[in-house]
Design a protein around this ligand. Structure first.
Ligand SMILES: *[C@@H]1O[C@H](CO)[C@@H](O)[C@H](O)[C@H]1NC(C)=O
Ligand SMILES: *[C@@H]1O[C@H](CO)[C@@H](O)[C@H](O)[C@H]1NC(C)=O
Ligand SMILES: *[C@@H]1O[C@H](CO)[C@@H](O)[C@H](O)[C@H]1NC(C)=O
Length: 242
């Protein structure tokens, strides 16, 4: 598949189109794509301050070859740059955790289920509306999934590019009604620079030699990135995770 531009950078303002015609069905991501995803999550610190935590990653999604990859880059104040790459090869049932510290590579690996988990708008999501985005009039579909269980009220809204089932943005709000007063968690996902196909496979899926030698243990940095990776596509895995 050619690598062509599937969507434009996230647009803040969009025009809602009246719902009249037939409703599209919740879709699963097109087989191969790569791009960038930013996750913003509100967090409460111990002293009660609310902060917003940003996570940015490049991702490659390859249903054809049952593989996913995530690249996290973090630059510290002293100029040190750490890169963590997570490569999941479902056919082999192996995930690699590759950390690059200015050319110094560490690798560890773990078993994962030998079954590729596709990313989909959940079956239970209800079509809400169509939208056009930006002045290029990109067509989008909006879905909503609402769920109430064990005192948790979850509202998830999906904005997807209509033609290829490419994600544009997701809002995920969880109200925990158990404590008094109730607690609210908000996570937003924005996707940018998404291209169809995967042009530079090596960048995402190359397994360095270090991985075939004795395996290093997971570093704290990698553990942290693994948690972020789990967060990264959570709204598209609601059917298979929960
Ligand atoms: C929304 O867009 C889809 C194509 O993405 C189209 O099939 C459907 O008819 C549209 N629905 C409405 C209500 O405009
Ligand atoms: C730079 O900061 C990071 C994170 O605080 C630390 O892990 C690393 O050792 C520091 N590097 C140098 C060269 O001081
Ligand atoms: C969230 O979900 C609840 C329960 O289904 C629903 O009543 C409510 O309207 C939803 N809120 C939003 C903002 O979609």
């Amino acid at each position: 598949m050619a690598c062509r531009v599937a969507s434009i950078v996230v647009v803040a303002v969009f025009l809602l189109v009246q719902a009249v015609a037939e409703e599209p069905k919740p879709c699963c991501w097109i087989s191969q794509m790569y791009g960038a995803c930013m996750v913003q999550e509100d967090k409460e610190l111990e002293d009660g301050t609310i902060v917003v935590e940003d996570t940015l990653a490049e991702f490659a999604y390859d249903k054809t070859f049952s593989a996913k990859a995530f690249i996290f880059t973090e630059t510290f104040e002293n100029g040190t740059q750490l890169i963590a790459r997570i490569v999941e090869l479902s056919d082999l049932g192996i995930a690699y955790f590759i950390q690059d510290n200015q050319g110094q590579t560490k690798c560890s690996k773990k078993r994962i289920p030998a079954r590729f988990k596709p990313n989909c708008v959940p079956e239970a999501a209800r079509f809400w509306s169509n939208a056009t985005l930006g002045d290029h009039a990109l067509n989008g579909n909006i879905w909503e999934r609402n769920k109430f269980e064990d005192g948790l009220l979850t509202n998830t809204t999906y904005l997807m590019a209509a033609d290829y089932c490419v994600p544009l943005s997701v809002n995920h709000v969880v109200y925990n009604l158990n404590p008094s007063p109730p607690e609210v968690d908000l996570v937003t996902y924005d996707y940018a620079d998404v291209r169809l196909g995967i042009c530079d496979r090596d960048k995402f899926f190359h397994i360095p030699e270090e991985c075939s030698q004795s395996q290093d243990a997971m570093t704290p940095f990698m553990e942290k990135k693994l948690k972020q990776r789990q967060m990264m596509e959570m709204p598209f895995r609601l059917d298979t995770l929960m």
